[in-house]
Design a protein around this ligand. Structure first.
Ligand SMILES: [Zn+2]
Length: 336
């Protein structure tokens, strides 16, 4: 897709377009930032702009047309000069994969103006593969651009990082995600709720609309209402079982499932505290659940609301540090 169709990252995209227009784009780059925010999409969009035969707009709004043969072939992943390297079944990017692209990059572009090599999940490059890349990153063949896309740049060798200027992608704003979801046909109120729970990640927002969110909010609501009804620890612990629904496959999948419920709880608690000071519907992340939010606001307001929100936030942080799901679920219901 052309740059104009990318969600968010406006300043970074403007910088990219300007340097492509001026011919000053560094030949080796790292695109770093959280997963799911569109780094690879931007790398492909840059490849289109570099090779588009019918660019639109003048500086500073130059962009690919999205329709010429080069643009469409790049979008379909069949352009001879735009190469994407990804981890294989082993989960790593092997030295053979890197040698192959280095060999191909030594020739002039076949059909376009620039050869663009996108190394996706670059943190998966084995050290030998990174070392094999060094010389190429330092002195790339003319007309070749290497883009290393990664959410964990610190796993790359310092020697690699030092050769590649880094473009830092931030998390997306809620408004960016809402625009994306509305553009995909979701009603605005639902898009707002999904965006609030997605923590700035397009990937997470799209997963949420695939089904998690609705069930997540139901479980979150029930647990919050139950916790409001009693302070007795044994009964609270009983309620925590709802938070473990859907877990059992172990490890990261369990933690992600619990995190879905916790993010929904955080979003509802935030809304409850807003409603307790009579905020308007449009300030809410879950305006479609307003009556539920109002019920929650009877308990979770003021100091109690802050305490509950902080506890949920700490529980999410504990999951990030790989804490066990049962411990986290039990702990959080006792703090609400
Ligand atoms: Zn084009």
């Amino acid at each position: 897709m052309p740059l104009r169709a990318v969600v968010g990252h406006r300043r970074l995209l403007a910088l990219l377009a300007r340097s492509i227009e001026r011919g000053s784009l560094p030949p080796s780059l790292v695109f770093a930032g959280p997963s799911g925010v569109g780094k690879r999409t931007v790398a492909i969009a840059a490849a289109q702009l570099l090779n588009c035969t019918n660019r639109t707009g003048g500086a500073p709004d130059i962009d690919a047309c999205g329709e010429c043969a080069a643009c469409t072939r790049i979008a379909r992943g069949v352009h001879a000069d735009v190469i994407t390297v990804q981890p294989g079944d082993s989960g790593s990017i092997k030295i053979e994969q890197v040698r192959e692209v280095i060999d191909r990059a030594a020739y002039r572009p076949f059909e376009g103006r620039f050869r663009v090599v996108v190394i996706d999940n670059a943190e998966a490059l084995v050290p030998a593969a990174q070392n094999a890349l060094l010389k190429t990153l330092e002195e790339p063949p003319s007309s070749s651009i290497f883009i290393l896309v990664t959410s964990q740049p610190d796993l790359l060798l310092p020697t690699v990082l030092s050769r590649c200027p880094r473009l830092r992608f931030g998390a997306l704003g809620d408004d960016d995600l809402v625009a994306l979801l509305v553009g995909r046909g979701r009603p605005e109120h639902e898009a707002r709720a999904v965006a609030a729970a997605a923590d700035g990640s397009v990937q997470r927002a799209l997963e949420a609309i695939a089904g998690d969110l609705v069930g997540g909010r139901e479980v979150a609501t029930q647990v919050l209402l139950n916790a409001a009804s009693t302070a007795e620890p044994p009964r609270r612990i009983e309620f925590a079982k709802a938070l473990l629904a859907g877990t059992g496959s172990g490890g990261a999948a369990d933690r992600e499932q619990l995190a879905v419920y916790l993010r929904a709880m955080a979003s509802l608690l935030r809304d409850a505290s807003l409603r307790s000071v009579d905020a308007e519907d449009r300030a809410l992340a879950n305006p479609d659940l307003r009556s539920t939010v109002d019920r929650l606001a009877q308990t979770y307001r003021g100091e109690r609301g802050t305490r509950a929100f902080t506890a949920v936030d700490q529980a999410l942080a504990a999951l990030d540090r790989n804490a066990g799901v049962k411990i986290v679920a039990d702990w959080v219901v006792l703090q609400l």
